[in-house]
Design a protein around this ligand. Structure first.
Ligand SMILES: C[S@@+](CC[C@H](N)C(=O)[O-])C[C@H]1O[C@@H](n2cnc3c(N)ncnc32)[C@H](O)[C@@H]1O
Length: 259
């Protein structure tokens, strides 16, 4: 807990808003997407789903594939507690919605579906996009799939497997994703490994979003090593997320942006 407070204070000290950003690409992204305060009609359906989950007292037995939880002690969990503690926050859900719209992402990969909160936001952001979402826990995935069916979200394909099994499956396929949201297994070595594999599935126009880059000192180290990679040109630390861009025309530059 103390580590998180300290790292957030450091972030606040070193971060900026749009002022002083000379890169037109990053300036536009901040002003037209990050700080876009429009009240999109789709936000209300996101709220409805969140509130449905938050009152759902059904218990499921989950299989934990990630780096463990800072909250849960047992693997028997209620849907409401999963949504509250493992699910994406409403603000980040809205930001993901705006990012998919802003970049007009049409091929999307999410690693770590959980109850499908982020997946559904991306689905509504671009109904003609193809969205693959990967979840290792069968019981959790079933709840997400029910929600996708209830809302007729036909552009989502939910794969129940570990991330590595999924990578093996697509390794010989020419799959390129415009946007990749990595939201599971917050472990340094795993994150570095996933990043390495994902490099085979991106183009110069892709964006990779890494969740919880300040979750632990090890995750922060993984982030530092990743942004140092020559493939990464622009990187943005927004505290909760790290965004990676690979546009060759950009000079290599790192930003810390307050949301
Ligand atoms: C933080 S939650 C994802 C939240 C979700 N993106 C959302 O929108 O609410 C992380 C999920 O990733 C899954 N996960 C973690 N590591 C995994 C792995 N190696 N393979 C498959 N699933 C994994 C967990 O089971 C968990 O449901």
């Amino acid at each position: 807990m103390w580590y998180l407070i300290k790292s957030y204070i450091q972030f606040l000290i070193h971060s900026n808003n749009q002022h002083g950003i000379h890169s037109p690409f990053v300036y536009d992204l901040i002003t037209k997407c990050f700080y876009d305060n429009s009240d999109y009609a789709e936000y209300s359906i996101l709220r409805t789903i969140r509130s449905g989950y938050s009152t759902n007292k059904q218990f499921i037995d989950i299989t934990d594939f990630g780096a463990g939880s800072k909250v849960f002690k047992s693997n028997r969990r209620s849907i409401s507690s999963i949504a509250k503690n493992a699910g994406i926050t409403y603000n980040r859900q809205k930001l993901l919605f705006r990012l998919v719209r802003y970049f007009n992402s049409s091929t999307i990969l999410e690693l770590g579906s959980s109850l499908g909160l982020a997946t559904s936001a991306m689905s509504w952001a671009n109904p003609s996009a193809t969205i693959q979402t990967v979840e290792g826990c069968n019981a959790t995935a079933e709840i997400a799939q029910q929600m996708f069916n209830e809302h007729d979200l036909k552009n989502i394909s939910l794969e129940i497997s570990t991330f590595d099994e999924y990578f093996n499956k697509i390794k010989d396929q020419d799959m390129v994703f415009d946007l990749i949201y990595l939201d599971g297994n917050h472990d340094k070595d795993a994150t570095l490994h996933y990043f390495e594999v994902l490099l085979d599935h991106i183009s110069e126009q892709s964006v990779i979003i890494l969740d919880d880059i300040h979750w632990s000192p090890e995750m922060k180290q993984a982030w530092i090593e990743i942004i140092d990679r020559p493939d990464v040109t622009v990187s943005i630390d927004s505290y909760n997320w790290g965004l990676l861009f690979f546009r060759k025309e950009q000079q290599k530059q790192h930003f810390r942006i307050r949301m």
